[in-house]
Design a protein around this ligand. Structure first.
Ligand code: FUB
Ligand code: ZN
Length: 638
């Protein structure tokens, strides 16, 4: 990476000596199409709502209280500070994309407020500062979230400086991290955070400021975990990933966001310390997660109890938890694994998760949020919590970890599109826009035109090239059966190792046409997933589709719908998002009579009759944006 170039840098920036096959490239500049709309709504609608919601929920008043200028009691959960930090992080990435005076006007006072609450010894956590009777600090590691909040502060600070903004939070973070280094460590206090997050943040702080104590502390937290250091409260050790050292774990367990943030931090530690054993263990965990604990949408966490991973193949669609934060954490982990290994499977999961599980977490108009993201909502379902998806997305939550997490993810998303290696440049994610990258021969600039994900054609043109030879690689997505590439209208490219690759001395005007045919497809459920055995889901390209009650003819009941074999058609969808493509499919609505009022059918379960329907499936991410009602991804085969 050419450090001399004045480019905004991203959330993960390994040092020059870090181990890894790939490096993040400079930010992609999305200028049109699908992601432009999602990111514009995030910038213009969602992020500006944040300060108002944080004020209403009391998060900002907590900082005033801690600084000595507020009134009233502390408000919200113990980790309220983290929502403020996530918002600051989101605003910072936006400034890196394009300066916004509006956001700057919101950011600056919030930054000052945060700084004003820091204690002279560097400590900062408004819950504990407002509850001096709960001193000493860090004595409630199991649920205290002091280190979790510190992590989000550090990430906000790093985002600000990498986007060319204020260094004020970096100063605050440096003082807090120094304080932490006097408290924890192999020769000091033995303990780990009840909620991982600080590990990856400490590594990033190390990467930004070079303070080796930050890396040491991150390594300590990763190494110490799994030795049952956390006093148990409410849950057993696996909930906290404290039952088994990270190196010995073979699958993510327990609270999903905790497990995935820990894995992301461990990947950072592995990269910076060159710890191949740790990386190998993370690879095993990731493979097992994808094979048996990941929903079709990329969502993670099948249990409401403990917001947790379930057993392998325990993936009920209706009871799924699939917290938006868990999907985001998965993207963060996979990105680090992609950088470490170069294996495009990680970028495949990032794509699936972003298009489905992550952006389902925010309404299309950007004003409301989902916390839980099931793959089925029943028409008659009772909603058990404000987090229940059946209520529809909500303006905010008592526990509002997800909304600002979506904000920071979409505002930094352009940093996940392109990687570089000693061989050349890899286009990992697709959207209309331009990007510059440092090739082995020098900087090059390329233009991408595409309607992705609505169609699979990518037209890539070289605008500027350094002259020497280098490889341009385009990820061939795992969902695509026959990816092809054609160079300058003549030379055909075959995928190798998950990428379409071409090496040459590129010159301005060179064109690579990539074709990723995306016929609508039926995906069968793995029979080991009992809850959806015999069901089928519809997918097209990277998108998972669902059926919504709103699209059923009056009176039809989604729980009675079954899908016979037959062709799938595509059709334009109005009123959701620009260019959206729906899938047309023939279905049957079964007449089912129960024998005695219980859930069972008579001994012969053959329905007494059926009605033919022509249904339209919509992209899963867009569900719940009209009348809220029944929804399902997996539908029984007829
Ligand atoms: O504990 C902080 C956050 O609140 C977690 O990451 C979420 O799962 C929610 O429990
Ligand atoms: Zn959350």
């Amino acid at each position: 990476m050419d450090e001399s170039r004045d480019e905004p840098r991203g959330p993960v920036e390994p040092t020059a000596s870090a181990a890894g096959a790939l490096r993040p490239s400079w930010r992609y500049r999305v200028s049109g199409g699908f992601w432009e709309e999602r990111m514009r709504v995030n910038r213009e609608v969602t992020i500006p709502l944040g300060p108002e919601r944080l004020e209403e929920a009391g998060n900002l008043e907590n900082f005033r209280l801690a600084a000595g200028g507020g009134s009233g009691p502390y408000q919200g959960p113990v980790f309220s500070d983290s929502d403020v930090y996530k918002w600051l992080e989101a605003a910072a990435w936006e400034q890196g994309r394009e300066p916004s005076p509006t956001l700057a006007g919101l950011q600056a006072p919030m930054t000052r407020l945060v700084a004003s609450a820091q204690a002279p010894d560097g400590y900062l956590n408004t819950f504990y500062q407002c509850h001096p009777e709960r001193d000493p600090h860090f004595s409630e590691l199991t649920f205290g979230h002091e280190l979790y909040c510190a992590g989000h502060l550090f990430q906000a600070a790093v985002a600000a400086v990498r986007s060319g903004g204020s260094t004020e939070l970096l100063g605050v973070s440096g003082r807090f991290a120094s304080h932490l280094a006097t408290v924890f460590g192999p020769d000091r206090r033995q303990g780990v955070p009840g909620h991982p997050e600080v590990e990856m943040a400490l590594v990033e702080l190390y990467r930004e400021g070079g303070d080796a104590r930050c890396l040491e502390l991150a390594r300590y937290f990763v190494d110490a975990r799994g030795n049952r250091l956390l006093p148990l409260e409410r849950f057993d050790s696996p909930y906290f990933q404290d039952h088994l050292p990270v190196r010995k774990a073979t699958t993510p367990e327990g609270h999903a966001v905790r497990a995935l943030y820990l894995a992301a931090g461990a990947a950072d530690v592995a990269a910076e310390t060159g710890d191949a054993t740790l990386l190998d263990s993370l690879r095993v965990q990731w493979d097992n997660m994808v094979a048996s604990k990941t929903y079709l949408t990329g969502g993670l966490g099948s249990r409401w109890e403990g917001e947790a991973f379930g057993d392998p193949f325990e993936l009920p669609p209706d009871l799924a938890y699939c917290e938006t934060c868990a999907a985001i954490a998965s993207v963060m982990w996979s990105w680090r694994m992609l950088l470490a290994t170069g294996d495009p499977s990680f970028a495949d999961l990032i794509e699936r998760t972003m298009f489905n599980a992550v952006i389902a977490g925010v309404s299309l108009d950007g004003t409301r949020f989902a916390y839980v993201n099931p793959l089925q909502v029943r028409s008659t379902g009772e909603q058990v919590s404000e987090r229940s998806a059946g209520y529809g997305r909500r303006a905010w939550f008592g526990c509002a970890c997800c909304p600002a997490n979506v904000m920071r993810t979409l505002s930094s998303w352009e940093h996940y599109f392109v990687t570089v290696s000693p061989a050349g440049v890899q286009l990992q994610q697709f959207g209309t826009g331009t990007f510059s990258a440092m090739t082995p021969a020098g900087p090059a600039t390329l233009l991408v035109n595409t309607d992705y994900p609505w169609d699979g054609e990518l037209d890539i043109e070289v605008l500027d090239a350094p002259g020497g030879s280098w490889e341009l690689s385009v990820r061939a997505p795992g969902w695509c059966r026959e990816p092809t590439g054609r160079l300058n209208g003549r030379e055909d490219l075959e995928p190798t190792g998950g990428y379409l690759r071409a090496t040459r001395a590129w010159v301005p005007g060179d064109r690579l046409e990539v074709r990723l045919p995306m016929p609508a497809r039926r995906t069968s459920a793995d029979p080991r997933v009992d809850a959806v055995r015999g069901c089928v889901a519809l997918e097209r390209g990277p998108l998972v589709y669902c059926f919504e009650g709103a699209d059923l003819p009056g009176g039809a009941d989604l729980e009675r719908v079954v899908l016979p074999e037959g062709p799938l058609g595509t059709r334009a969808l109005a009123g959701l998002t620009a260019g959206a493509v729906g899938l047309g499919v023939d279905a049957l609505s079964l007449d089912i009579e129960t024998s005695d009022g219980l859930y069972k059918t008579p001994s012969d379960p053959t329905p007494t009759g059926s009605t033919e329907l022509r249904l339209t499936a919509i992209p899963y991410f867009a569900w719940g944006n009209r009348d809220i009602g029944a929804m399902r991804v997996w539908v029984p085969r007829a």
